[in-house]
Write a protein that binds this ligand. Structure first.
Ligand code: AR6
Length: 174
């Protein structure tokens, strides 16, 4: 069974088997955690993404999908790129956000990753309300069929750590 832990910090510094990137469909970089991962990991990650675009993923990675690349010079061994849904008020796109986490863990299983660090996918530029993003992230990871042993949510700021802590507490009543 997967153990979930919560940490405030920068996902690029995590020494785990794989870190999850909140990318966009192009896989060619962006801001937020995506920009931070490419900056810290160096050009090898972008080169690997370009190869995917030239080969298996000519149209990019669909929303809700996941794919692994090298982690370049990061301490982690792999980056698992996912594409979260843009939050759209009035539309239920939560299945796509759940899919990011189930697919990320499925890819982790394929590459033999047992420790995985994850950000709050869609909770930044893509506008997902933090508490809903946290509830979806935690319930999905806790119930996913996976061989991953540790899912470490690395939350960038104190406010997001608080939201995830409250959401996890509500799932595990004392
Ligand atoms: N470590 C951990 N979390 C981080 C870091 C970091 N170094 N940097 C930011 N975050 P976002 P999205 C948090 O916008 O909403 C990009 O341009 C951030 O505070 O990175 O899925 C992509 O290319 C927030 O809580 O991802 C896409 O175009 C969370 O990571 C688009 O943004 C996610 O915020 C994806 O948007």
């Amino acid at each position: 069974m997967v153990t979930v832990s919560l940490l405030q910090g920068d996902i690029t510094s995590q020494a785990v088997d794989a870190i999850v990137n909140a990318a966009n469909s192009s896989l060619l970089g962006g801001g937020g955690v995506d920009g931070a991962i490419h900056r810290a990991g160096g050009p090898e990650i972008l080169a690997a993404c370009r190869r995917l675009r030239a080969g298996a993923l000519p149209d990019g990675l669909p929303t809700g999908g996941a794919v692994a690349t090298t982690a370049g010079r990061l301490a982690a061994r792999h980056v698992i790129h996912v594409v979260g849904p843009v939050h759209a008020p009035g539309q239920d796109r939560s299945h796509l956000l759940r899919s990011c986490y189930t697919q990320a863990l499925a890819v982790a299983d394929e590459i033999g990753a047992r420790t995985v660090a994850l950000p709050a996918v869609s909770a930044g530029a893509y506008g997902w309300p933090a508490r809903d993003a946290a509830d979806i992230a935690l319930t999905t990871v806790l119930t996913a069929p996976t061989s991953v042993k540790e899912a470490r949510f690395v939350l960038f700021d104190e406010a997001m750590l608080r939201v995830f802590t409250e959401a996890l507490g509500a799932l595990q009543p004392r």
